[in-house]
Design a protein around this ligand. Structure first.
Ligand SMILES: NC(=O)c1ccc[n+]([C@@H]2O[C@H](COP(=O)([O-])OP(=O)(O)OC[C@H]3O[C@@H](n4cnc5c(N)ncnc54)[C@H](O)[C@@H]3O)[C@@H](O)[C@H]2O)c1
Length: 367
């Protein structure tokens, strides 16, 4: 089931069913209030050092315990999960208590995982506060943390019951994080078979203010971009909630290259979006080589990525060892039946392909 309301103030509401679980998404300007999220029960806010002011604003006058973690990917650890679980226990959170993750993809993924295992599953609400978390991480039910040096090595599928996307929370977002989120937007636009997201983004250069670090873009356009992106991702994850089919795997466009780049550059050296943007360029080149990506489409996607100032050159300055890069790629957890599946843009969306190592080496090495 799914419905979208485009009411006054450009607000949207979507309801998705993910593996039998209802997940509602609210795209609104203002922050939600803890009062409304938790009701008469108890809850735990989870934030990081940068999103603490947002969590405090959500708590308002209500005494809601708050677990604050360090900011950034390096905090995406089992120790952080333990910290959240301990804070929930110390706060006396019962099984019907609510975990409220306020932050970017890291806080969303960590809070989601902690909620999924707390007393075998507590209610989860997310308040994504980065563009990337709004258009990607907070929708679709994937949770997790990094382990043994591998990104998202452990995790669960646990859709949030409610996701609040307050555009006002993005006011404090640094330019680098806008740029990181914009890469996921481009990915989603490539997957949008209606072409609508690409259209909205092209209108008046809508992405330019997103990456320039200037004022918050016009709320109407911002809400529309987020809403269309949520709709595209929502449709995909609803049809293939646990990535058992091939549909959800398309969301990995640029990610197999990108994850390997992040690992080779050292976790945290690049933002997730910067790595994905570079990976999408490699995916276009792979698609071109295999005859799956029309040259005009590849040119348009690469042109958009380049115009927003992402690193597009191969080899990447932070990952010059091609052998090491290939080894990391070969270990990618998205291998099925031993062969590496990669996603490349096709005429109107994207397709899964497999590729020989020598071709991958040429593409990663820029030869
Ligand atoms: N679960 C999924 O489906 C999914 C999808 C995509 C990405 N991810 C995960 O998301 C993570 C990346 O997310 P991210 O880019 O949001 O990273 P992040 O959570 O580290 O946030 C980036 C930085 O922005 C800060 N920040 C967050 N909100 C802010 C605000 N409103 N104002 C000022 N600063 C703010 C954070 O403290 C952090 O320093 C990765 O770990 C990735 O694996 C998950």
């Amino acid at each position: 089931m799914r419905n979208a309301r485009h009411g006054m103030n450009n607000n949207y509401t979507f309801t998705f069913t993910l593996g039998g679980v209802l997940s509602r998404v609210f795209i609104e300007h203002e922050l939600p209030a803890a009062e409304g999220i938790i009701g008469a029960g108890n809850g735990l806010l989870v934030c990081d050092t940068h999103t603490e002011p947002l969590a405090r604003a959500i708590a308002g006058n209500r005494e809601t315990p708050c677990c604050k973690l360090q900011a950034g990917e390096t905090a995406k650890t089992w120790q952080s999960v333990e910290t959240i679980l301990k804070a929930a226990k110390d706060a006396g959170l019962s099984r019907d208590g609510v975990f409220i993750g306020v932050g970017g993809g890291v806080i969303n993924d960590l809070t989601g995982f902690a909620a999924s295992v707390y007393m075998r599953g507590a209610e989860l609400c997310l308040v994504p506060s980065t563009l990337l978390a709004m258009v990607d991480a907070a929708v679709g039910g994937k949770t997790g943390f990094d382990l043994f040096g591998a990104k998202n090595f452990a995790g669960s599928f646990y859709p949030a019951a409610r996701v609040y996307m307050p555009a006002t929370s993005l006011r404090s977002l640094p330019a680098r994080e806008w740029k990181s989120g914009a890469a996921e937007l481009i990915k989603t636009a490539v997957l949008d078979t209606t072409g609508r997201l690409m259209e909205i983004m092209a209108e008046g250069d809508a992405l330019k203010p997103l990456v320039s670090g200037g004022a918050l873009p016009d709320t109407g356009i911002l809400h529309e971009i987020i809403a269309q992106s949520v709709l595209v991702k929502g449709r995909i994850v609803e049809a293939d909630p646990k990535e058992t089919g091939s549909l959800r795997a398309l969301l990995n466009l640029g990610h197999t290259f990108g994850h390997a780049l992040e690992a080779c550059a050292g976790l945290g050296a690049l933002s997730h979006g910067e790595a994905v943007a570079w990976g999408m360029v490699r995916a276009c080149e792979l698609g071109l080589s295999l005859g799956r990506t029309p040259p005009a489409r590849s040119g348009r996607i690469i042109g958009l990525i380049r115009s927003l100032g992402y690193e597009t050159a191969a080899p990447h300055p932070l990952a010059q060892d091609i052998e090491a890069f290939l080894r990391v790629m070969a270990g990618d957890k998205k291998k099925k039946a031993g062969s590496l599946r990669l996603v490349v843009p096709d005429e109107a969306g994207a397709a899964l392909v497999s590729a020989e190592t020598p071709l991958l080496a040429r593409i990663i090495g820029g030869r």
